[in-house]
Design a protein. Structure first.
Length: 607
């Protein structure tokens, strides 16, 4: 592993910041990543999986960016989200003064989604006049296309066919794409910029001051949303930040949550473990469903189940490993020639080849989410129950086959975690059937398959010498995904097998401190190394809480909070040696696991 440091290269060109340096701006349709120097280095339009408008993060200087901040490098004295909102504030010390950038994307106006992506950025000065700069360099798509430019109503308008972008300002500011525009900001005279993006829609012109009012209105909407989250949650502010992040990464038109808003941020800097996560993994989304349900947000759960019903219809009863935001086939995985990648991590990929894999565990996560929804007192619609029954039938018929597993390895195997989740799928389907109609013959088939699966896993998936379940039948390796075992109720939480598995994973897959590898490094068939897998640490918190070790769970959870980015965000992985966040960012799965870990602590006995 190497340490990731921001700065400039030998030519003076600005390098991407450390992954954890980025804040998330979002409007529940797309998202931007903004560095601590005020540079938006990533924004796809008009959706999470669209073409990059600002792609410097993995596309290099030719891929475009939008920076608003001090004219010269200046130290950050404070950076935060405004409490329970999606608004980021960054303050720099500049000479005798301070410069603050307040920015957000506007998600809704009076309960309706905007037809236009709207990014509002305001610079304000304190104590002294400050010299600032605006660098606006939009480049669209794989080939970094430059726009046709004209001016309208004091706004700069850039156009590529059906896509139009405008940049307006309250200051008398002349901005040319690709050229820094100097700006003086005086105390009491803030400067507001508004970036509007429209795709196949008329470009809505919003005056900067009116855009600022929309931002303030949107902030209040987020505060109201956050106020509806269970007040009794432990570590509530951290949980709310994770839930807000998950909500920002949920595509509102379809209610589908993306795994992350980025592609090709490396799990191994300088290596080839770079994947496109701008799609929907039903597994990850289902974990989020349970999290939202448990904090008093059933609408998010209901929306996802409705999306899943629609999205899986073309391949039903098979459950795809991942889908697009609208439930279609994920594009074929391809590499982008000429894209330099994040700090030289190539290739940069779009599309994802895992879409064609058989992953048995996904059925367990999805049916467990449906069970959680039913357990909360919500009846499944008849079509939703029909889809769940189809998923359970698939599991009953194919659970004995090898699969790619949760970690999407190239060579299928008899993964024990997959078997456990297959057991969960059948068990939870049977539980749902207690309150939903099911023919007796189907019920018997599920029960027989569930019991046979449990017998096989206990026989072939357990290593008596280690006192633990293992990664796959006959393997000497462990798998951190086995930490879900206490949540399944296949074996009692206090059984030697459950405790032995939790202890063995914690010991043998430790990456130091609270961090865990998902499996022993170097056994997945890919070249290079990778970091500790952050969701696994939160699964360990859950497992400890469920097996009667609440104090240990709390200690571990607190330690993981110390590993968050300065804005409380998490990537997928972390370099154990440096603490650098690795992989696509921010990661929905990590934040969902954090919420579930806090819920496990809440529900654990205090004795």
């Amino acid at each position: 592993m190497i340490s990731v440091n921001g700065g400039s290269d030998r030519t003076g060109a600005r390098l991407p910041a450390p992954i954890s340096d980025y804040g998330l701006l979002g409007d529940t349709r797309t998202a931007a990543l903004v560095a601590a120097d005020g540079g938006i280095d990533w924004l796809c339009v008009p959706r999470f999986d669209g073409e990059p408008l600002f792609g410097r993060l993995v596309g290099g200087p030719d891929a475009g960016m939008f920076r608003v901040g001090p004219a010269r490098p200046a130290p950050v004295v404070e950076r935060r989200y405004r409490p329970h909102t999606a608004t980021v504030e960054t303050t720099w010390a500049v000479g005798d003064g301070r410069l603050t950038l307040t920015e957000a994307m506007v998600a809704e106006v009076r309960g309706r989604l905007l037809p236009t992506t709207l990014i509002v950025r305001r610079l304000s000065a304190e104590d002294a006049t400050v010299e600032a700069v605006v660098e606006f360099d939009p480049r669209l798509g794989v080939r970094h296309r430059r726009p046709r430019v004209h001016r309208r109503r004091r706004a700069l308008v850039c156009q590529w066919g059906s896509l139009a972008v405008s940049l307006g300002s309250t200051a008398d500011l002349t901005v040319e794409p690709g050229r820094p525009a100097p700006l003086t900001v005086s105390p009491g005279r803030p400067v507001t910029l508004v970036l509007a993006v429209a795709h196949r829609e008329p470009l809505v012109h919003v005056e900067p001051e009116a855009a600022w009012d929309l931002l303030v209105e949107d902030e209040e909407r987020w505060r109201v949303w956050a106020a509806g989250i269970d007040e009794e949650l432990p570590f509530r502010d951290h949980v709310v930040r994770s839930l807000l992040t998950m909500r920002l990464l949920t595509y509102s038109p379809s209610r589908a949550p993306v795994a992350a808003p980025t592609t090709s941020l490396p799990e191994d800097p300088g290596g080839m473990r770079n994947w496109d996560y701008r799609y929907v993994w039903p597994r990850d989304a289902s974990i989020g469903v349970s999290a939202f349900l448990s904090v008093g947000k059933p609408d998010e759960a209901r929306g996802f189940l409705a999306w899943l019903l629609h999205a899986s219809r073309l391949q039903r009863p098979r459950l795809p490993a991942l889908l697009t935001l609208y439930g279609r086939y994920v594009p074929r995985e391809r590499e982008l020639p000429g894209w330099p990648g994040y700090l030289g991590s190539v290739p940069v990929r779009v599309g994802n080849g895992a879409a064609d894999q058989h992953q048995l565990d996904g059925y367990g996560w999805v049916i467990d989410a449906a069970w959680a929804f039913a357990q909360a007192g919500h009846l499944l619609h008849s079509e939703t129950w029909r889809a769940v029954r189809g998923f359970a039938d698939v599991v009953a018929g194919c659970w004995g086959e090898p699969d790619a597993g949760i970690w999407e390895v190239r060579e299928p195997a008899q993964h024990v975690h997959s078997k456990l989740m297959g057991w969960l799928a059948l068990d939870r389907a049977l539980r749902i059937a207690d309150t939903h109609p099911l023919p007796g013959r189907q019920r018997r088939r599920w029960r027989e398959a569930r019991d046979a699966l449990a017998t096989e896993v206990r026989t072939l998936g357990f290593d008596a010498t280690m006192g633990s379940y293992v990664r796959s039948y006959g393997s000497a390796h462990l798998d951190a995904a086995l930490l879900v075992l206490p949540l399944l109720e296949m074996d009692p939480d206090d059984s030697p097998r459950v405790r032995g598995t939790v202890d063995a994973v914690r010991d043998r897959l430790s990456a130091g401190g609270p961090l865990l590898y998902r499996y022993p490094p170097g056994v997945d068939g890919f070249p290079g190394g990778e970091g500790a897998f952050l969701p696994c640490s939160f699964w360990l918190v859950q497992a400890l809480a469920r097996t009667g070790r609440r104090a240990e769970a709390v200690e571990l959870f607190r330690s993981m909070l110390d590993h968050a980015s300065p804005l409380g965000l998490y990537a997928e992985e972390m370099d154990p040696a440096t603490g650098a966040h690795l992989g696509n960012y921010p990661q929905t799965l990590t934040h969902a696991a954090l919420v579930q870990a806090a819920l496990a602590i809440r529900d654990a006995p205090t004795g």
